[in-house]
Design a protein. Structure first.
Length: 739
């Protein structure tokens, strides 16, 4: 057994505590110090009997987390106190109520948020980590500091994972790369993001990581000499201009070198800009700050030729994370590209600390207010949290890690959007109500489709119409979570509206057949049409896919008392009713589709959980056997989701009767005035019919037309054809077979 020198340990704890106060980014008042001391005492007492896997006293962990919160994230006393006590409620008898009494409701709420995040049930249907992440993000509604402390907690865990078993290291590291690094990136904590990524790589691909690290050590001296040769040239000119600055060479992170090697298919030696040179200049006021940046740019480009396509000006339009800097890639000696970053001291602090530095530079702004600004930027992706956790995480991640583009409104205001965003995404980013009414979009004055992908510098104009409504296809036209969520909500509302009309139609039709529409009749109709819910029934009635003959058959069957008797008998047997339910589902949800585009792909049903139509499922891309489909509550789901998140594709059973189909109609008749107008009016008024293309021609009093429409089924198509025949002047309407 290891002998523990308690006296030495207590001295080390006291030293760590003093260090914590010393390195705090915020200036701590006497009251702040008292608050932190009290939290420290509570934590020391609560964890006094606990030790970590490595054998050291547990209290070293909360102190280390508090140090990251205080100096690297740069938060104040409230957050430091909450960080010291972040494991107290979970590990000891102290409750959240106790903390509220001892401290204040704010600290209690943050500790409560951190505790809730740690308690995750392991028996849930979907990926534990995705669900955990979703819970974590929903605590944002209470206080963004919960997430910041959670990131600090994760960073310290990653720094001290040496004594853990391999599989745990790999799981925690992949979760870090999957969730925490993108989150730190989005919050502007670049230092922490870099550390999380490098440590993530160290435990997920140790060989690759060690290989890059050793190669970086080998080339370090040569790289430093190279950077120094450039720095010396620039120093002379900067000094002559009387600019105050510091200059430092900065190696690129291991993770970013690895990413470059993969993206460009090159070896370590072929990655050129493994080092960057950073020039951090002093600026007394905001007006000079921009001027000096461009002055330094001109000095750099006097000596070295820049690559025009690789100039990044985040001073004129900062990133949405608040990052400001000028990045210039220049051709250095020996024909090598070198990145030179130009920032003021203020910009440098914001790049290191994120928003904590923002309010330091905003006079009179409090930590509370600045954190609110930050919070609002993240809340967008949380607007609708009804989707399942895995989809939710995928959508959210897109918004976290996406590179940004900057586009202009017609009035010249600048908006930032994730790279890959479309004109329809832009419409929703201005306002949800503008999004849903979008009829068309212009980019740089030209009319473009709604799914046109935007580039930085585009000027975008949205054309709206009060009658416009989103269709299911819009989900394929957008990439941002905000737009997707709003479109889904509107589509659900329109389904309900059609269902309400359907209920009235059904009531009227059944009354003619001497049948009253009550709860029992609805259940019998749902069974009769092999549907799942009353909403499905009313929706189909509203669409017109339930015809009069089917209702007559139902009424005839209903009046047969013997059939009724048998139905009741069957229902009494639990096994039989379960069997019927399964049968209904499989008849109703009969088509399996994959991904956001709902593609039909080759797949196999996995034998470990035997999914059947209607089950909640996901696709897993195997190495040798293509796509395997698993149930979401499959015993292997959690490990697959956590360790191979990148191989998972969304999958779901859909009702093939709800698909949309294309049909082309040929129309002939007499060419009368206003016929075209009448024709488009009839088609547009028909529920759930969209015109895809239309070509009309008239010659010597004869009219020929071809119209392609999108319809859910042939019942509606027949109805449409009947209505077109009624138009004055139309002679024939026939369906054309597409070759």
């Amino acid at each position: 057994m290891i002998e523990i020198d308690l006296e030495a340990e207590n001295k080390a704890i006291a030293k760590e505590y003093k260090e914590l106060l010393r390195i705090s980014y915020q200036t701590l008042s006497e009251d702040d110090k008292k608050l932190i001391r009290k939290a420290f005492d509570v934590a020391v007492d609560a964890h006094k009997d606990q030790r970590r896997k490595s054998g050291e006293a547990y209290i070293f962990h909360p102190i280390a987390v508090a140090k990251i919160v205080a100096s690297e994230i740069g938060l104040g006393a409230t957050s430091i106190a909450a960080a010291l006590m972040h494991d107290v409620v979970e590990d000891t008898d102290i409750t959240v109520e106790d903390i509220e009494k001892m401290f204040n409701p704010k600290i209690a709420r943050i500790v409560d948020g951190l505790t809730k995040m740690a308690k995750v049930k392991t028996d849930q249907e979907i990926s534990m980590q995705a669900e955990n992440f979703r819970k974590m993000l929903l605590t944002l509604n209470d206080d963004v500091r919960v997430i910041l402390i959670k990131i600090a907690d994760r960073l310290h865990n990653m720094q001290t994972m040496e004594s853990m078993v391999d599989y745990k290291q790999a799981k925690i590291a992949s979760e870090t790369l999957y969730i925490y690094a993108p989150l730190a990136h989005r919050l502007g904590l670049y230092n922490i993001k870099t550390q999380l990524e490098d440590l993530g790589l160290k435990y997920t691909e140790p060989t690759v990581y060690n290989d890059i690290v050793s190669k970086m050590k080998e080339s370090k001296e040569e790289q430093q000499a190279y950077i120094k040769s450039i720095a010396d040239v620039l120093k002379q000119s900067l000094d002559e201009e009387g600019i105050e600055y510091t200059m430092k060479g900065r190696p690129k992170s291991v993770y970013s070198i690895r990413r470059k090697m993969l993206a460009q298919g090159v070896t370590f030696d072929e990655v050129y800009d493994k080092f960057a040179l950073r020039i951090i200049y002093k600026s007394e006021n905001h007006h000079d700050e921009k001027f000096l940046a461009w002055k330094i740019y001109s000095i750099v480009t006097d000596h070295y030729r820049p690559s025009p396509s690789r100039l990044r000006d985040w001073i004129s339009s900062p990133k949405s994370t608040g990052y400001e800097a000028l990045h210039i890639t220049v051709m250095g000696p020996k024909g090598r590209w070198v990145e030179i970053q130009v920032r003021s001291e203020r910009m440098d602090e914001i790049a290191e600390k994120g928003y904590a530095a923002h309010y330091k530079y905003k006079q009179g702004a409090s930590e509370e207010n600045s954190l609110d600004v930050w919070l609002n930027q993240l809340k967008e992706a949380l607007e609708n949290s009804e989707t399942n956790a895995v989809d939710f995480v995928e959508d959210f991640k897109l918004n976290l890690y996406a590179k940004e583009i900057y586009v202009f409104t017609p009035k010249g205001e600048i908006k930032s959007l994730p790279k890959g965003a479309t004109t329809l995404d832009f419409a929703f980013s201005i306002h949800s109500e503008i999004g849903v009414k979008t009829r068309g979009t212009r980019v740089n004055g030209k009319l473009v489709p709604l799914n046109h992908v935007l580039n930085s510098g585009d000027q975008v104009e949205i054309i709206t119409s009060a009658n416009q409504k989103p269709t299911a296809h819009w989900l394929e036209y957008v990439t941002t979570a905000r737009a997707k969520n709003k479109i889904k909500n509107v589509l659900n509302e329109s389904t309900k509206k059609i269902a309400e009309d359907g209920k009235e139609i059904l009531t009227r039709k059944l009354r003619h057949l001497k049948v009253t529409l009550n709860e029992q009749t609805v259940n019998e109709l749902v069974n009769f049409f092999k549907l799942q819910t009353s909403l499905d029934l009313f929706y189909r009635a509203g669409l017109g896919t339930i015809d009069n003959q089917q209702l007559k058959d139902f009424a005839a069957q209903k009046s047969n008392t013997l059939v009724n008797f048998f139905k009741k008998t069957i229902k009494r047997s639990p096994n039989a009713s379960e069997h019927i339910h399964r049968d209904e589902i499989s008849k109703n949800y009969d088509l399996l589709v994959f991904g956001a585009e709902q593609d039909r792909l080759e797949y196999k049903l996995s034998s470990c959980c035997n999914p059947i139509p209607g089950d909640e499922v996901f696709g897993f891309v195997t190495i040798n056997e293509g796509i395997k489909v698993h149930r979401k509550d499959c015993p292997n789901a959690i490990s697959m989701q956590s360790n191979f998140a990148y191989r998972i594709i969304q999958a779901k059973w859909i009702d093939s009767s709800q698909e949309e189909f294309k049909a082309t109609l040929k129309i002939t008749g007499m060419d009368t005035l206003g016929l075209t107008n009448e024709l488009t009016k009839v088609i547009s008024n028909q529920m759930n019919v969209n015109i895809q293309s239309i070509s009309l021609s008239g010659e010597a009093g004869l009219f020929n037309g071809q119209v392609t429409v999108i319809v859910p089924n042939n019942v509606i198509l027949k109805k449409l054809m009947d209505n077109i025949k009624k138009i004055d002047g139309v002679d024939k309407v026939s369906r054309v077979n597409n070759n």
